[in-house]
Design a protein around this ligand. Structure first.
Ligand SMILES: O=P(O)(O)O[C@H]1O[C@H](CO)[C@@H](O)[C@H]1O
Ligand SMILES: [Mn+2]
Ligand SMILES: [Mn+2]
Length: 392
């Protein structure tokens, strides 16, 4: 029985989004941003030599049609062999260039609302949100109340947090409300309960996620722990995972897919860093049930290299992924389909530190060679459902 593996390489855009001019990094529109195209150019020019060298080597993705997809999406000519997979370039219609928007739309559900973003001013949160946090936390105030990087904000405010017991609340360019607190002094369970308590109010405002950001350690040496927990708004309609599960099939989530879909339609979650996730994916290619869907997200392209505008690091991660992909492709069974796609761009050569609005590649192994052409994100869900023989 057919199985499907849907793999999102987070932020690996290929340029050319028709509405890129309406998305910004600071004051600069995203017009012309091209995550993969610009990495290819930088590598060929010898400008991505940290821990790697020379032209970008991703032969397995190129064989599936990645070069052709870049050209189709953005016009950038890429030297690549004739594709042996199905390939295309997908355009997003949701009005956010964020992870939930991209994944929901890939799963068949364009986001039907505008997310709420907090203004980049201090204080950034409205009084009713602050009051709700204080009430739920049992404190007389909050710290932060600003846009911040999570590691910086705990270094700056962690000592005051220990002294006052007040939670540190901050946001970013994403539609998020994040609460950092010390695992021992404030209490991990208390932080998780606080996030769960205030999440309904934030979700009502169309803030996509409330995120618990626990940390530990002494003043000057604070460290975030692995106990981060996302309280995400529920998808407002059934998505790919629901449809597959409702058809009696197993649905495996690898990485942050469980958080992104608030566990809707998901049977089993496997987590870890990208290397651990790749081991999970290898295991699932070997063991996933007949008729199942495995939905994976590899986040480190985005979190470690895109936001940090680290071109060499991004290229290294692409090259690592491509080597692993070669092994995965060799392990696929007859009847398996493996799709590689992305959720938005995060061009490491671009200004700022935020995502970039781009088209994304859709590369498919296991169903022959040819072009899908210019498609929409929701066509990815349709492709998977069709392969599994599940009604959309
Ligand atoms: O700086 P930290 O806390 O890692 O926050 C990052 O993590 C958030 C959620 O992934 C993003 O919105 C970004 O702000
Ligand atoms: Mn993402
Ligand atoms: Mn990101």
């Amino acid at each position: 029985m057919a199985r499907a593996f849907l793999v999102v390489i987070d932020s690996v855009g290929i340029g050319g989004a028709p509405d890129a001019g309406t998305f910004f990094n600071g004051d600069v529109p995203d017009t012309g941003a091209n995550t993969l195209g610009h990495i290819i150019t930088a590598c060929a020019a010898g400008q991505a030599e940290d821990g790697r060298s020379g032209p970008l080597q991703v032969p397995h993705m190129m064989a599936l049609g990645l070069g052709a997809a870049v050209t189709l999406a953005s016009g950038q000519v890429v030297d690549a062999p004739a594709p042996t997979g199905m390939w295309g370039a997908a355009t997003e219609i949701s009005r956010g260039k964020d992870t939930p928007s991209g994944h929901w739309e890939l799963a068949g559900l364009p986001v039907p609302w505008e997310w709420h973003y907090f203004p980049d001013e201090t204080p950034t949160f409205p009084d009713d949100v602050v009051a709700a946090v204080c009430k739920a936390a049992g404190t007389t105030g909050i710290l932060g109340n600003c846009h911040a990087s999570g590691t910086t904000v705990i270094a700056d405010l962690g000592a005051e947090h220990l002294r006052t017991g007040w939670p540190i609340c901050y946001t970013s360019a994403d539609s998020v409300f994040q609460i950092a607190a010390h695992e021992e002094h404030f209490g991990l369970e208390r932080l998780l309960r606080l996030c769960a308590d205030v999440a309904p109010l934030l979700h009502q405002m169309k803030v996509g996620r409330v995120i618990a950001r626990p940390f530990t350690g002494e003043v000057g040496h604070f460290q975030r722990t692995g106990n981060r927990k996302d309280f995400a708004i529920l998808p407002p309609a059934p998505v790919l995972t629901n449809r597959v599960q409702d058809a009696g099939r197993a649905v495996y989530a690898v990485g942050k897919i469980g958080d992104i879909f608030s566990m809707q339609g998901i049977d089993e979650v496997r987590k870890g860093d990208d290397r651990a996730l790749m081991r999970h994916l290898h295991d699932l290619v070997c063991d996933a049930q007949d008729g199942s869907l495995t939905f994976a997200n590899f986040v480190e392209f985005d979190s470690l290299y895109g936001h940090r505008r680290d071109v060499s690091g991004y290229a290294r991660h692409l090259e690592w992924f491509d080597v692993e992909l070669g092994t995965l492709l060799g392990q696929l069974r007859t009847g398996d389909m493996l799709v590689i796609t992305a959720d938005h761009g995060n061009d490491p050569t671009w200004t700022g530190t935020d995502h970039t609005r781009e088209r994304v590649p859709v590369l498919v192994a296991g169903i022959g060679a040819g072009t899908l052409g210019q498609i929409g994100f929701t066509d990815v869900a349709a492709l998977v459902l069709r392969h599994l023989g599940v009604a959309g």
